[in-house]
Design a protein around this ligand. Sequence first.
Ligand SMILES: [Zn+2]
Length: 329
Amino acid sequence: MDRFGRLSLIASMLAVAPAVHAQQRYDIIDMHFHADLPDAEGPPGSTVCAPYTNWLPRDPKRPIADYLQRFSVRPNCPHPLVAPTDAAILRQKGIAALERFNMLALAGGAATTVERYRADAPKRILPSAGFGSDGTLPPTDELRRLHAAGKLAALSEITSQYAGIAPDDPRLEPYYALAEELDIPVGIHLGPGPPGTAYFATPAYRVAAGDPLRLEPMLVRHPKLRLYAMHAGWPFGDAMIAMLFAHPQLYVDVAVLDYAYPEADFYAYLKRLIDAGMEERIMFGSDNMVWPDAIAVAIERIRHAPFLNERQKRLILHDNAARFLRIEG
Ligand SMILES: [Zn+2]
């Protein structure tokens, strides 16, 4: 207690008049927007449930195609979203959602695709580099070039968990060092992949590589790094809260949980983080992938969360990301 007492005394001595806040330009910031092509999630035109009501069992005797038929081709759910198969329509619908909700999006993806989105919506897209799901990592020189050209505001989504590469893997070290040096944020995929992904898409995906505790050595090694755990490390709430508590520079997003996960589970997980006192560390993300209609569902579920007050909704939908990105006052 003594130590906290001294800290608060010092804090009050250092207190200064609050800064004048700049006019806020956006209502919502999406920290997990993908600038994708229609084949980014398997065969174009697939379906996602918004939300899924349960996670189906798979009979391993049956071909995986049978399972995929029920999971992402023709799932049986009350609110299915079907992906556009045309790249221009996919892009236009994504941008239309950003306009409709007056949003800024940190947009991850291949540089050419991100730039194509940005050409259509320069004020709504912050360009970011996404990489890692197949285990291929980009040369850091290439990232430096993009940054120098004003085409790189963050490294996200780093999806190396799909290749079994955990956050503390030495192969990722050059990217943390680069982000710290360039003072740009890092978003790392931590947690869920599509159920069964190790059997049909990314054989090296491992749940264990998404353990939030595996962020720790790197956070300590790079104390100036701005990093957020995407998907809030679902479902490792205990470890995620321990990490947020011990490392106050760490943030999370709640992407994909907010539209695809059963409502009771998403709300329980989010409430757990809120109850633990993390309301100023949770950021909105959609993880729209190839389903632009998911953005509206994700926003509505935040807006209608019965346990969030208006301030907490604002923090999650905008203010926390603005602070994390150091924009908008
Ligand atoms: Zn992800």
